[in-house]
Design a protein around this ligand. Structure first.
Ligand code: NAP
Ligand code: 8YV
Length: 327
């Protein structure tokens, strides 16, 4: 919706920090209401009476949904929506949308970069150069690990998992995967259990969603099945990994190295992982380019605009597929 088309008479609540481009567009198309965080205790009588939509990075829990009786839609910024109580939203007749597809290639690129950095120590090698060690101490050490000859397992062969797999095919690496259901028509080897997948490969890339069904699925048993040459990369959600077990596996040599973009309690990263020399750590930057975040912002706001003009969502999450716009 352009400025010329004017504002819709709808209040959209934006709790906490939010994308600047999305905020600009919400401000143009709606009445934008800001609060510090998604906390029912911050909901004033006016917000309670007027807010019909939420746009958010932040998690939206059941109590927040219940605090807004006129709420119709939660436009979540990101494809993963494990921090939004979508099941409760569905019960309350509230639509939830996310931002799939527009970030797939960016996140897959980041996953490949993180994998290569984890095995070839590029960050440490660059630090060696920048610190002057190349001049004073000589060549950077040979990396213990290599990508050559690896067998890769993908935990979560969805949109991003497939984009990662396509890239790895070009590296000539064999690929296997685990999902709850085999993907029909996909030629990669399927494993019905995550442990079975870990036993069959030496490199495990997690790009599965967070939430109860994957909580700490990557545990000591799975890590030990990867073996002492094993590399674990997580670009999905931190909650999917037992971080204590991962630390132990890195310390004991049960696996060789890990590359992590996501953590259980972001932005807090356990000291034990910060201290692990065989861990490559990124601050959740999978989709974090100006280009891709703008596309995500547009899709997030386009969902709100479509809902309040055409009474339909563009990218509803499966839990709220059957939610209908109120008359
Ligand atoms: P998607 O297309 O929905 O793919 C998710 C895949 O995971 C599906 O193939 C699904 O297959 C599988 N899966 C779900 N639950 C599972 C379970 N309990 N056990 C085994 N497999 C399971 O989603 P996507 O677009 O690829 O995104 C995936 C996730 O990436 C997001 O949910 C988000 O958490 C994460 N992400 C991270 C970043 C970042 O910046 N690091 C950026 C974007 C996304 P089945 O349903 O058959 O099990
Ligand atoms: C974003 C993500 O960092 O899309 C996701 O699931 O994890 C990332 O793209 C996040 O959504 C920003 O809030």
């Amino acid at each position: 919706m352009s400025k010329a088309e004017g504002k819709l008479p709808v209040a959209i609540l934006v709790p906490g920090d939010f994308n600047g481009h999305a905020l600009g567009r919400i401000d143009e198309a709606f009445k934008c209401v800001r609060i510090e965080r998604a906390d029912p205790s911050l909901v004033t009588d006016e917000i309670r009476a007027t807010v019909r939509g939420i746009a958010s990075y932040a998690g939206i829990e059941a109590a927040m949904i219940d605090a807004l009786p006129n709420l119709e839609i939660i436009a979540s910024f990101g494809v993963g929506y494990d921090s939004v109580d979508a099941a409760h939203a569905a019960k309350r007749g509230v639509m939830v949308t996310n931002t799939p597809d527009v970030l797939t290639e960016e996140v897959a690129d980041t996953a490949i970069g993180l994998l290569i950095n984890t095995v070839r120590e590029l960050y440490a090698a660059e630090k060696w150069l920048r610190d002057g060690d190349w001049v004073t101490k000589g060549n950077y050490r040979l990396s213990r690990l290599t990508l050559c000859g690896r067998r890769v397992g993908i935990f979560g062969m969805g949109r991003i998992g497939r984009a990662v797999a396509r890239r790895l095919e070009a590296f000539g690496l064999p690929i296997a995967y685990h999902n709850r259901r085999k993907v029909e028509g996909l030629a990669y080897e399927y494993h019905a259990t995550l442990k079975g997948l870990a036993e069959a490969v030496d490199t495990l890339i997690c790009i599965a969603p967070g939430g109860a069904s994957t909580e700490k699925a990557v545990n000591a048993e799975v890590l030990s099945a990867l073996g002492s040459n094993g590399v674990f990369v997580n670009i999905g959600r931190g909650s999917t990994v037992d971080e204590a077990a991962l630390t132990t596996a890195l310390e004991s040599g049960a696996i060789a190295a890990a590359g992590l973009d996501v953590f259980a309690d972001e932005p807090n990263v356990p000291q034990s992982l910060l201290d692990a020399p065989n861990a490559s750590l990124l601050p959740h930057v999978g989709s974090a380019s100006v280009h891709t975040r703008r596309a995500m912002a547009d899709l997030c706001v386009d969902n709100l605009v479509a809902w309040f003009t055409e009474r339909r969502p563009l990218t509803p999450v499966p839990e709220t597929l059957n939610v209908k716009a109120r008359a």
